[in-house]
Write a protein that binds this ligand. Structure first.
Ligand SMILES: [Zn+2]
Length: 428
């Protein structure tokens, strides 16, 4: 968004409107700009959003000027909060806005909360980091151009839901720089299907791999390590699943399967083109707070170790008649490149169901606080529409990746802040 004269005027007006609460500084200007962008430049909507967060009701003449000019007024019908970002600019502690998670009743807002800044996202959602403008602009643009126009082998995903065969409304293609993988010597399973048409990386994809690998491995060295996660510099971006989303595409709530990438995986997700709502919530409790992130073109979201265990995510369906801000290169198309580091140990030793011989899927129990944390292998047959209750505890120290005796405890992990489970399991 260019800061043309009108935008400058809007920013100036916003700044004046709240300057007794939010002292003016260079940072506040960029913060107001971010809010304005998120409201598609709609001044009234931005004021409504900030009013809502600060608990005030302010209006200015700008509204009238704006209305006369024929701007589309009215609040966008989405729930958005900006408390944390605003707080960082408010010096007087009495004026600070109470965060929802800080309130004594630990009440959960029944509205989805949109997070705008890197700081907001990383404070509210554990195990995520956000990196804007991650690739050189020319590289990001040519990847977007190639991947949105590529007509070869982009296919819908097929999967089963409650025994029914479903077809995704987005298209998918897998690429790899590993000879063994693209030649089929090493078979990659995705959603219980063996992928055979894996394309090779071109020079752009190779360049992106190196840049993403460096960043992810660098992040690993700067974060607390979880017990089963990969150590730097071993994380590889040699396989990428490219998803192409159209305006009508969406992806339901899920966490990514750990079957071939192991426990506490790190998944790097690069967004290119049209910006879409990426929603995130804790896996438990069932009414956990929903957060909205709208990653702009060329933004990498790293889902760090622990994220697939503790959180679920989705690409929110876009209302049919609501406008989408088209990207100059790809229009309404969003390209999402998800890098997963496949592990030889898990590809080679994926256990087979003792009851029916099918492959098994790796999950971590989370629903019941008494058993939460336990990693389990579950027969994948129910996933492809047939019934089998084959299940076995995982043990990552064994070559079989399973416990040898049924009563053995196996591998487990609880998030350090999961007091509910620590209490239920009488652990300290
Ligand atoms: Zn089975």
């Amino acid at each position: 968004m260019s800061t043309d004269g009108l935008t400058e005027k809007k920013l100036e007006t916003l700044s004046k409107l709240y300057q007794d609460i939010v002292p003016k500084s260079p940072e506040t200007k960029s913060f107001y700009l971010e809010i304005l962008v998120s409201c598609n430049g709609d001044f009234e909507a931005a004021v409504g959003l900030i009013n809502d967060s600060l608990g005030v009701q302010r209006t200015t003449d700008f509204n009238n000027t704006c209305a006369k000019r024929g701007c589309e007024g009215g609040l966008p019908n989405r729930a958005t909060k900006v408390q944390k970002s605003l707080n960082s600019f408010i010096k007087d502690p009495n004026n600070k806005i109470k965060s929802i998670s800080d309130s004594s009743s630990s009440r959960i807002s029944n509205k989805a909360i949109e997070l705008f800044t890197k700081e907001d996202i990383e404070t509210n959602i554990k195990y995520i980091s956000v990196h804007k403008n991650v690739l050189p602009e020319s590289l990001a643009n040519s990847l977007l151009r190639n991947l949105s126009e590529d007509g070869d082998n982009f296919t819908p995903n097929q999967f089963y839901l409650f025994g029914k065969k479903c077809t995704s409304n987005h298209l998918t293609k897998m690429f790899s720089s590993s000879e063994d993988i693209s030649s089929g010597n090493i078979r990659i399973y995705y959603n219980s299907y063996s992928l055979t048409d894996i394309a090779q990386y071109d020079d752009n994809l190779k360049m992106a791999q190196l840049l993403v690998e460096d960043l992810v491995n660098d992040c690993i060295t700067q974060r607390d390590l979880l017990p089963y996660q990969i150590r730097a510099p071993n994380w590889k971006g040699d396989v990428v699943l490219v998803n192409r989303y159209y305006k009508e595409s969406n992806l339901d709530w899920h966490s990514d399967k750990m079957t071939s990438i192991g426990p506490q995986p790190i998944i790097a997700s690069l967004s290119l083109g049209c910006s879409r709502e990426f929603r995130v919530r804790k896996s438990y409790p069932s009414n956990s707070q929903i957060y909205i992130i709208r990653p702009p073109h060329n933004t990498l979201i790293i889902m760090h170790a622990g994220f697939q265990e503790e959180y679920r995510h989705c690409i929110h369906g876009h209302a049919k008649n609501a406008p989408l801000k088209p990207h100059p290169i790809s229009g309404n198309v969003r390209i999402n490149m998800t890098y997963r580091c496949y592990l030889r140990k898990f590809l080679d030793n994926c256990p087979k169901c003792k009851k029916c011989g099918s492959a098994m899927d790796l999950r971590r129990a989370f629903k019941d606080p008494k058993t939460r944390g336990q990693y389990i292998w579950q027969c994948s047959r129910s996933y492809i529409g047939q019934e089998c209750d084959g299940i076995v505890r995982a043990n990552f120290d064994n070559n079989s990746l399973t416990v040898e005796h049924f009563d053995e405890e196996g591998s487990r992990w609880l998030a350090p802040d999961d007091q509910e489970a620590y209490l239920a399991q009488s652990l300290k």
